[in-house]
Design a protein around this ligand. Structure first.
Ligand code: ADP
Ligand code: MG
Length: 654
């Protein structure tokens, strides 16, 4: 818009400037032009030379002269000029009216007179002069008119100049505005360029954003899908939550009921607890009473009890024999055993005298008796060990009478055939477990040794070191507890551990057996379990030792036939077994000196054979007739022991 306006104004300015120039030129020459106009018009017509006519001339003669001089083009220009001047002055030119008369006059005067007609020529010239004068007058008046017009024109030109100046000033103003606008425009262009750059950058960003939007749209779609899934899940969960809440309410109600119930029960429990404490106290008293009574029973049974056991015939021994010949049992009395022997009568050959030797013990087990039957009879005694009494159980009898079978069990031992030692261990551990509820805790220490030729050997050591000395020593004088130096004492917490130790001892014994020709039958094996019990609730402690002894074979060897090692063995066995007998007899007859030190066995078992202990002797018998005399010897020895009364056993309690 501004540009277009400026263009218009510039064009207008140009036109105005041209016009002003023309006017200036015209205004500079009017007087001259007027004077010249006649001659110039005349000369122009005669010479045909192009000269710019003045405004005044053109206003009067413009059309005729122009036609004469320049033809159509000049005429149109003259018309335009005349029109312009007329426009400026505001009057119609009158030139066109007067011009023909001048031309006509000139044409009349052009009739040539002869040279000689001077008068004529003079008159003509006078006429012409007169015409000329008229014309001069006319022209003068016209000139005056023109001058007036010229002045008017000048005035109007001044006005125009003023207008022109105003227009120029306006133009200048517009130009400065234009410059400002141009500067603004440049700034805008720069800004535009910047904006375009930014736009390009933004388009790049936009593209990235579009990609991002696309990705996000995808994600949104995915999220929408997962939202709908979640919504459905939420609905399901809401339903579940509602159900759970209902259930919870139900449970809460139940809980409240139960809490009430529990409170009631707690008060009942408190009452019952008091009752339990009371009962515990009563139970404890009862337990003490039981122990006392148990001890009394044991006392009544005698501090040394003897149980006789006759083994069955072995398969290898059954040849021709259907039943045991020389051993009889009483059908009514489990305590009686009768040995019979028929000998040829002194009075005649066809008669045989029958000798009967009957013995009575605490119990006589027939060959059919099982290990379980036998153990039932001694389990009370084993129980005493946990109550704090020293207990010693040993098996006496000739080799092959069933001592090892009774004490340990056979080599192919099963649960049914296991002997007294494993059964005693089982009972000790299970009873200790039961006594835990009454506040008793126990510590068990096991050892297993054998005495051969008055030498101690540790059966829990497979490869004994050379020259290791095992000495029996008093641990301390007060407790009189014995201790074997260098012997392995193993603390055991489970019965299986003890079974493993027993198996190990058995294996170690059988190794020696092959090396020293049935060495086991000529050695005493001693399994000892030291028991330390404590009841922290009642500040009670008890200590005891359970000794289970498999004695060497009691058979008497024919000394005349025995030599060397066999003789020494026999002497050692005899010594230790007769020592055992002597100790028991001395205890029975309450002698001041008990000969414990006479053998390793009695020395080791001194605490288990005194008044402070309970002793049980198995007298094992072979059913074979050939073993009659040994059986009789065994029964006699057992009978002696059985008749002993060795005071009252005392519990080792603090
Ligand atoms: P000991 O130790 O007195 O020398 P054993 O215990 O070795 O005698 O017994 C000798 C044999 O008799 C062994 O084969 C043993 O298995 C068997 N025996 C012993 N007592 C019985 C019994 N009560 N029942 C079955 N077999 C027995
Ligand atoms: Mg044996």
């Amino acid at each position: 818009m501004a540009k277009a306006q400026i263009c218009d104004l510039q064009q207008h300015l140009e036109v105005t400037q041209n016009l002003a120039k023309k006017r200036k030129n015209d205004s500079m020459e009017p007087a001259v032009v007027v004077k010249k106009s006649v001659c110039s018009a005349a000369s122009a017509s005669s010479k045909g030379v192009s000269s710019r006519p003045s405004i005044g001339v053109r206003s009067q003669y413009g059309v005729g002269l122009a036609r004469a001089i320049h033809g159509t083009e000049a005429r149109s220009r003259a018309v335009n000029c005349a029109a312009t001047v007329a426009g400026v002055i505001g009057k119609k030119p009158r030139v066109a009216v007067t011009a023909p008369s001048i031309v006509q006059t000139a044409a009349v005067g052009s009739k040539k007179r002869p040279a000689w007609d001077l008068k004529g020529q003079l008159s003509d010239m006078k006429v012409q002069l007169g015409n000329m004068k008229t014309r001069v007058c006319e022209y003068t008046s016209k000139l005056e008119m023109s001058e007036l017009q010229s002045r008017q024109l000048h005035e109007s030109m001044d006005q125009r100049d003023k207008q022109l100046d105003a227009a120029r000033a306006h133009i200048n103003e517009l130009q400065s505005n234009l410059k400002a606008v141009e500067l603004l425009l440049k700034d805008r262009e720069v800004e535009l360029a910047k904006c375009q750059d930014e736009n390009t950058a933004m388009q790049g960003v936009l593209e990235v954003r579009e990609t991002e939007i696309e990705r996000l749209t995808g994600e949104v779609t995915e999220l929408k899908t997962s939202r709908s899934v979640l919504q459905s899940n939420y609905l399901t969960l809401s339903t579940q939550a509602e159900n759970t809440e209902n259930k919870l309410k139900m449970k809460e109600m139940e809980l409240t009921q139960k809490v009430t119930c529990i409170e009631e029960q707690q008060s009942t429990i408190a009452e019952q607890r008091d009752m339990i404490v009371e009962r515990d106290e009563r139970l404890h008293c009862a337990e003490q009473e039981r122990r006392r009574l148990h001890n009394t029973v044991q006392e009544l049974k005698g501090n040394i009890r003897v149980i006789c056991r006759v083994r069955p015939l072995l398969d290898s021994e059954r040849e021709g024999l259907s039943e045991i010949q020389n051993v009889q049992f009483s059908a009514s009395d489990e305590k009686v055993i009768i040995l019979t022997k028929s000998e040829e009568s002194h009075t005649g050959h066809d008669r045989k005298d029958e000798f009967k030797y009957d013995f009575s013990f605490d119990h006589v087990f027939q060959p059919i008796a099982t290990q379980k039957d036998v153990f039932e009879d001694i389990s009370q005694l084993v129980q005493s060990a946990l109550d704090g009494y020293n207990v010693c159980i040993f098996a006496y009898g000739q080799t092959g009478s069933g001592k090892t079978f009774t004490m340990e069990g056979p080599d192919d031992m099963t649960c049914d055939t296991k002997g007294m030692i494993p059964r005693a261990v089982d009972q000790i551990f299970s009873t200790a477990q039961e006594l835990k509820t009454m506040g008793w805790t126990y510590k068990f220490t096991a050892s297993f040794l054998e005495i051969y030729n008055e030498t101690i050997r540790d059966l829990l050591v497979t490869k004994p070191e050379k020259n290791v000395e095992y000495e029996i020593k008093l641990l301390n004088n007060k407790s009189k507890q014995l201790h074997v130096t260098n012997l392995k004492y193993v603390t055991v917490t489970m019965k299986d551990q003890v079974h493993n130790l027993i198996a190990m001892a058995k294996a170690n014994r059988s190794v020696a057996k092959t090396a020293a020709n049935d060495h086991s039958s000529r050695s005493h094996s001693v399994f000892q379990l030291q028991i330390e019990g404590s009841n922290s609730d009642r500040d009670l402690q008890c200590t005891s030792t359970l000794s289970l002894v498999d004695l060497a074979g009691s058979e008497r060897l024919d000394k005349s036939q025995s030599k060397g090692d066999r003789l020494r063995e026999a002497q050692a066995i005899n010594t230790s077994l007769s020592c055992l007998g002597h100790v028991i007899m001395s205890l029975s007859s309450k002698e001041s000196h008990i000969p414990y030190r006479n053998s390793k066995l009695t020395y080791l078992l001194q605490n288990n054979l005194g008044g402070n202990s309970k002793t049980l002797m198995f007298v094992n018998l072979s059913p074979l007739e050939e073993n009659f005399s040994e059986s009789l010897n065994s029964l006699r020895f057992a009978n002696k022991v059985n008749n002993c009364v060795i005071g009252t056993a005392q519990v080792n309690r603090k």
